[in-house]
Design a protein around this ligand. Sequence first.
Ligand SMILES: [Mn+2]
Length: 301
Amino acid sequence: MATLAEPLVERYGKIVRIPPGPGRAIVSTDLHGHMEDFRRVVAAFERALTRGNAYLVFTGDLVHGPAYEKDSYPEHLGDYYEDETPLLMQSFVEVQKKHRGRVICLMGNHEHSHVGGPHTRKFHKTPSETEYFERKIGPKRTSEYQGLFRSFPLVCVAGKGVVITHGAPRVLDATFAEICAAEYGGHETKTIPQMLEVPILGELFWARAAGSLCVRRFLRRVEIEGQKNHIAIYGHDPVRRGWAREGAEQLCFSTSFALRNARKVYIELDLERVYPTVDELKLGREIRWLYPELGDQRKKK
Ligand SMILES: [Mn+2]
Protein backbone atom coordinates (compact mmCIF):
# COMPACT_ATOMS: atom_id res chain seq x y z
CA MET A 1 0.00 0.00 0.00
CA ALA A 2 1.06 3.58 -0.65
CA THR A 3 2.08 5.53 2.42
CA LEU A 4 2.35 9.23 3.17
CA ALA A 5 6.14 9.01 3.29
CA GLU A 6 6.24 8.63 -0.50
CA PRO A 7 7.20 11.72 -2.47
CA LEU A 8 4.38 13.83 -3.83
CA VAL A 9 4.59 15.78 -7.06
CA GLU A 10 6.91 18.79 -7.09
CA ARG A 11 5.77 22.06 -8.58
CA TYR A 12 7.89 24.60 -10.45
CA GLY A 13 5.25 27.02 -11.69
CA LYS A 14 3.87 25.57 -14.93
CA ILE A 15 6.21 22.58 -14.78
CA VAL A 16 5.37 19.70 -12.47
CA ARG A 17 7.61 16.80 -11.59
CA ILE A 18 6.93 13.24 -10.52
CA PRO A 19 10.26 12.26 -8.98
CA PRO A 20 12.05 9.04 -9.95
CA GLY A 21 11.76 6.14 -7.55
CA PRO A 22 9.67 3.05 -6.97
CA GLY A 23 6.18 3.50 -8.35
CA ARG A 24 4.04 3.98 -11.42
CA ALA A 25 2.43 6.80 -13.31
CA ILE A 26 -0.77 6.16 -15.22
CA VAL A 27 -1.07 8.56 -18.15
CA SER A 28 -4.30 9.30 -20.05
CA THR A 29 -4.84 11.56 -23.06
CA ASP A 30 -7.91 13.53 -24.23
CA LEU A 31 -11.14 12.31 -22.59
CA HIS A 32 -13.50 15.04 -23.88
CA GLY A 33 -16.29 14.25 -21.43
CA HIS A 34 -16.16 10.43 -21.79
CA MET A 35 -17.17 9.18 -18.32
CA GLU A 36 -16.71 5.46 -18.88
CA ASP A 37 -13.16 5.99 -20.12
CA PHE A 38 -12.45 8.33 -17.19
CA ARG A 39 -13.66 5.61 -14.76
CA ARG A 40 -11.42 3.03 -16.40
CA VAL A 41 -8.36 5.28 -16.17
CA VAL A 42 -9.04 6.05 -12.50
CA ALA A 43 -9.53 2.33 -11.84
CA ALA A 44 -6.13 1.60 -13.43
CA PHE A 45 -4.55 4.23 -11.14
CA GLU A 46 -6.28 2.88 -8.04
CA ARG A 47 -5.15 -0.65 -8.92
CA ALA A 48 -1.58 0.64 -9.24
CA LEU A 49 -1.94 2.31 -5.82
CA THR A 50 -2.83 -1.00 -4.19
CA ARG A 51 0.53 -2.34 -5.45
CA GLY A 52 2.61 0.63 -4.24
CA ASN A 53 3.32 4.25 -5.04
CA ALA A 54 1.30 5.65 -7.96
CA TYR A 55 0.36 8.85 -9.75
CA LEU A 56 -2.27 9.76 -12.31
CA VAL A 57 -1.60 12.20 -15.15
CA PHE A 58 -4.22 13.50 -17.58
CA THR A 59 -2.66 15.32 -20.52
CA GLY A 60 -5.55 17.81 -20.84
CA ASP A 61 -8.78 18.15 -22.84
CA LEU A 62 -10.93 16.60 -20.15
CA VAL A 63 -13.71 18.91 -21.27
CA HIS A 64 -16.08 19.40 -24.27
CA GLY A 65 -17.51 16.50 -26.24
CA PRO A 66 -19.50 15.60 -29.35
CA ALA A 67 -23.15 16.63 -29.61
CA TYR A 68 -24.58 13.91 -31.89
CA GLU A 69 -27.41 11.46 -31.36
CA LYS A 70 -26.40 7.82 -31.50
CA ASP A 71 -27.86 7.19 -34.98
CA SER A 72 -26.15 10.22 -36.56
CA TYR A 73 -22.81 9.76 -34.80
CA PRO A 74 -20.03 10.15 -37.39
CA GLU A 75 -17.74 7.22 -38.13
CA HIS A 76 -14.56 9.27 -37.66
CA LEU A 77 -15.42 9.92 -33.98
CA GLY A 78 -14.96 6.25 -33.07
CA ASP A 79 -17.45 4.48 -30.81
CA TYR A 80 -20.50 6.47 -29.74
CA TYR A 81 -20.57 8.12 -26.34
CA GLU A 82 -22.54 10.88 -24.71
CA ASP A 83 -20.63 13.97 -23.60
CA GLU A 84 -20.74 14.07 -19.79
CA THR A 85 -18.25 16.88 -19.20
CA PRO A 86 -20.03 18.32 -16.12
CA LEU A 87 -20.01 14.95 -14.34
CA LEU A 88 -16.46 14.22 -15.46
CA MET A 89 -15.24 17.54 -14.05
CA GLN A 90 -16.99 16.90 -10.76
CA SER A 91 -15.44 13.44 -10.60
CA PHE A 92 -11.99 14.77 -11.50
CA VAL A 93 -12.18 17.26 -8.61
CA GLU A 94 -13.17 14.42 -6.25
CA VAL A 95 -10.36 12.12 -7.39
CA GLN A 96 -7.80 14.93 -7.11
CA LYS A 97 -8.98 15.65 -3.56
CA LYS A 98 -9.08 11.99 -2.55
CA HIS A 99 -5.51 11.40 -3.74
CA ARG A 100 -3.93 14.73 -2.91
CA GLY A 101 -0.54 15.32 -4.53
CA ARG A 102 -0.88 12.34 -6.88
CA VAL A 103 -3.36 13.46 -9.54
CA ILE A 104 -2.34 15.95 -12.22
CA CYS A 105 -4.07 17.36 -15.25
CA LEU A 106 -2.11 19.36 -17.80
CA MET A 107 -3.66 22.27 -19.65
CA GLY A 108 -5.21 21.31 -22.98
CA ASN A 109 -6.38 23.75 -25.63
CA HIS A 110 -10.00 23.09 -24.55
CA GLU A 111 -9.38 24.02 -20.89
CA HIS A 112 -7.32 26.98 -22.09
CA SER A 113 -10.39 28.25 -23.97
CA HIS A 114 -11.97 28.95 -20.55
CA VAL A 115 -9.02 30.90 -19.13
CA GLY A 116 -7.63 33.03 -21.92
CA GLY A 117 -7.34 30.86 -25.01
CA PRO A 118 -9.40 31.11 -28.21
CA HIS A 119 -12.87 29.58 -27.79
CA THR A 120 -12.96 26.14 -29.38
CA ARG A 121 -15.54 25.22 -32.02
CA LYS A 122 -14.90 21.55 -32.53
CA PHE A 123 -18.29 20.40 -31.20
CA HIS A 124 -20.47 23.52 -31.04
CA LYS A 125 -20.24 26.44 -33.48
CA THR A 126 -22.49 29.22 -32.15
CA PRO A 127 -22.09 29.54 -29.33
CA SER A 128 -18.72 27.81 -29.07
CA GLU A 129 -18.44 24.80 -26.75
CA THR A 130 -16.62 27.11 -24.33
CA GLU A 131 -19.81 29.17 -23.89
CA TYR A 132 -22.02 26.08 -24.17
CA PHE A 133 -20.28 24.43 -21.21
CA GLU A 134 -20.20 27.60 -19.10
CA ARG A 135 -23.96 28.16 -19.65
CA LYS A 136 -24.66 24.56 -18.76
CA ILE A 137 -22.83 24.65 -15.43
CA GLY A 138 -23.68 28.25 -14.44
CA PRO A 139 -21.52 31.12 -13.14
CA LYS A 140 -20.51 29.61 -9.79
CA ARG A 141 -19.13 26.36 -11.21
CA THR A 142 -17.63 28.30 -14.12
CA SER A 143 -15.52 30.45 -11.85
CA GLU A 144 -14.59 27.42 -9.72
CA TYR A 145 -13.36 25.53 -12.81
CA GLN A 146 -11.58 28.57 -14.21
CA GLY A 147 -9.60 28.67 -10.96
CA LEU A 148 -8.88 24.96 -11.30
CA PHE A 149 -7.82 25.26 -14.97
CA ARG A 150 -5.45 28.12 -14.13
CA SER A 151 -3.77 25.73 -11.69
CA PHE A 152 -3.11 23.18 -14.45
CA PRO A 153 0.57 22.90 -15.42
CA LEU A 154 1.89 22.73 -18.98
CA VAL A 155 4.56 20.08 -18.69
CA CYS A 156 5.06 17.04 -16.47
CA VAL A 157 8.55 15.61 -16.06
CA ALA A 158 8.18 12.05 -14.80
CA GLY A 159 10.52 9.41 -13.40
CA LYS A 160 13.77 8.81 -15.23
CA GLY A 161 13.36 11.01 -18.25
CA VAL A 162 9.79 10.96 -19.56
CA VAL A 163 8.27 14.33 -20.42
CA ILE A 164 4.48 14.51 -20.71
CA THR A 165 2.74 17.30 -22.66
CA HIS A 166 -0.65 17.96 -24.30
CA GLY A 167 0.54 17.97 -27.91
CA ALA A 168 3.96 17.32 -29.41
CA PRO A 169 6.48 19.71 -27.76
CA ARG A 170 7.41 21.92 -30.69
CA VAL A 171 9.05 24.35 -28.25
CA LEU A 172 11.76 26.26 -30.10
CA ASP A 173 13.46 28.58 -27.63
CA ALA A 174 11.68 28.82 -24.29
CA THR A 175 13.84 28.16 -21.27
CA PHE A 176 12.83 26.21 -18.16
CA ALA A 177 12.20 29.48 -16.31
CA GLU A 178 10.11 30.90 -19.16
CA ILE A 179 7.91 27.80 -19.30
CA CYS A 180 7.48 27.89 -15.50
CA ALA A 181 6.33 31.51 -15.71
CA ALA A 182 4.06 31.20 -18.78
CA GLU A 183 0.75 33.08 -18.47
CA TYR A 184 -2.57 31.72 -19.76
CA GLY A 185 -4.53 34.96 -20.21
CA GLY A 186 -4.89 37.34 -23.11
CA HIS A 187 -5.38 35.17 -26.20
CA GLU A 188 -9.20 35.14 -26.44
CA THR A 189 -9.38 37.03 -29.73
CA LYS A 190 -6.66 35.08 -31.53
CA THR A 191 -7.41 32.69 -34.36
CA ILE A 192 -5.86 29.23 -34.17
CA PRO A 193 -3.15 30.14 -36.76
CA GLN A 194 -2.30 33.23 -34.67
CA MET A 195 -2.28 31.12 -31.53
CA LEU A 196 0.22 28.72 -33.12
CA GLU A 197 2.67 31.63 -33.27
CA VAL A 198 2.53 32.20 -29.51
CA PRO A 199 5.69 30.88 -27.84
CA ILE A 200 5.16 28.03 -25.33
CA LEU A 201 1.31 27.79 -25.42
CA GLY A 202 1.14 27.73 -29.21
CA GLU A 203 4.04 25.32 -29.26
CA LEU A 204 2.58 22.83 -26.77
CA PHE A 205 -1.11 22.50 -27.61
CA TRP A 206 -1.51 21.66 -31.29
CA ALA A 207 1.30 19.67 -32.90
CA ARG A 208 1.00 16.01 -33.88
CA ALA A 209 4.76 15.63 -34.15
CA ALA A 210 7.73 17.96 -33.95
CA GLY A 211 11.22 17.89 -35.42
CA SER A 212 13.51 15.50 -33.65
CA LEU A 213 16.19 18.11 -32.97
CA CYS A 214 13.63 20.56 -31.59
CA VAL A 215 12.20 17.92 -29.24
CA ARG A 216 15.65 16.80 -28.07
CA ARG A 217 16.62 20.38 -27.23
CA PHE A 218 13.35 20.96 -25.39
CA LEU A 219 13.81 17.73 -23.42
CA ARG A 220 17.26 18.89 -22.36
CA ARG A 221 15.98 22.31 -21.25
CA VAL A 222 13.37 20.81 -18.92
CA GLU A 223 15.77 18.49 -17.11
CA ILE A 224 15.59 18.68 -13.31
CA GLU A 225 18.37 17.92 -10.84
CA GLY A 226 20.60 16.30 -13.43
CA GLN A 227 18.04 13.65 -14.40
CA LYS A 228 18.32 13.26 -18.19
CA ASN A 229 15.15 13.31 -20.28
CA HIS A 230 14.84 10.88 -23.18
CA ILE A 231 11.29 10.82 -24.52
CA ALA A 232 8.11 12.90 -24.85
CA ILE A 233 4.63 11.35 -24.69
CA TYR A 234 1.41 13.20 -25.46
CA GLY A 235 -2.06 13.10 -27.05
CA HIS A 236 -4.20 15.87 -28.59
CA ASP A 237 -4.42 14.36 -32.06
CA PRO A 238 -6.35 11.07 -32.27
CA VAL A 239 -4.30 8.09 -33.46
CA ARG A 240 -6.81 5.55 -34.82
CA ARG A 241 -4.77 2.47 -34.01
CA GLY A 242 -4.04 3.69 -30.47
CA TRP A 243 -0.51 5.05 -30.63
CA ALA A 244 2.19 6.15 -33.05
CA ARG A 245 5.91 6.53 -32.53
CA GLU A 246 7.65 9.45 -34.20
CA GLY A 247 11.41 8.98 -34.39
CA ALA A 248 13.17 7.91 -31.21
CA GLU A 249 11.73 10.61 -28.94
CA GLN A 250 8.00 10.99 -29.50
CA LEU A 251 4.95 8.85 -28.77
CA CYS A 252 1.46 10.14 -29.55
CA PHE A 253 -1.27 7.96 -28.02
CA SER A 254 -5.05 7.99 -27.66
CA THR A 255 -6.91 6.93 -24.52
CA SER A 256 -10.38 7.98 -25.53
CA PHE A 257 -11.56 10.62 -27.94
CA ALA A 258 -12.39 9.63 -31.53
CA LEU A 259 -11.31 6.01 -31.11
CA ARG A 260 -13.03 2.65 -31.23
CA ASN A 261 -13.08 1.29 -27.68
CA ALA A 262 -10.95 -1.68 -28.74
CA ARG A 263 -8.05 0.60 -29.79
CA LYS A 264 -7.94 2.93 -26.77
CA VAL A 265 -4.75 2.80 -24.70
CA TYR A 266 -3.26 4.40 -21.63
CA ILE A 267 0.37 4.40 -20.54
CA GLU A 268 1.70 2.91 -17.33
CA LEU A 269 5.21 4.23 -16.63
CA ASP A 270 7.67 2.61 -14.27
CA LEU A 271 9.17 5.59 -12.45
CA GLU A 272 12.44 3.77 -11.83
CA ARG A 273 12.99 2.66 -15.38
CA VAL A 274 15.01 4.50 -18.04
CA TYR A 275 13.32 4.56 -21.46
CA PRO A 276 16.14 5.56 -23.82
CA THR A 277 13.74 5.68 -26.80
CA VAL A 278 9.98 5.32 -27.33
CA ASP A 279 10.60 1.79 -28.64
CA GLU A 280 11.08 0.83 -25.00
CA LEU A 281 7.42 1.57 -24.34
CA LYS A 282 6.04 -1.93 -24.96
CA LEU A 283 2.51 -3.11 -25.58
CA GLY A 284 1.31 -5.02 -22.52
CA ARG A 285 3.90 -3.38 -20.25
CA GLU A 286 3.70 0.41 -20.62
CA ILE A 287 1.10 0.57 -23.40
CA ARG A 288 -2.12 -0.88 -21.95
CA TRP A 289 -5.50 -1.46 -23.59
CA LEU A 290 -8.25 0.55 -21.90
CA TYR A 291 -10.73 -2.21 -22.85
CA PRO A 292 -8.68 -5.40 -22.41
CA GLU A 293 -11.83 -7.51 -22.79
CA LEU A 294 -12.21 -6.49 -26.47
CA GLY A 295 -9.31 -8.62 -27.71
CA ASP A 296 -11.57 -10.35 -30.26
CA GLN A 297 -12.29 -7.04 -31.98
CA ARG A 298 -8.58 -6.27 -32.22
CA LYS A 299 -7.88 -9.57 -33.95
CA LYS A 300 -10.51 -9.11 -36.65
CA LYS A 301 -8.64 -6.96 -39.14
MN1 LIG B 1 -6.19 19.16 -27.66
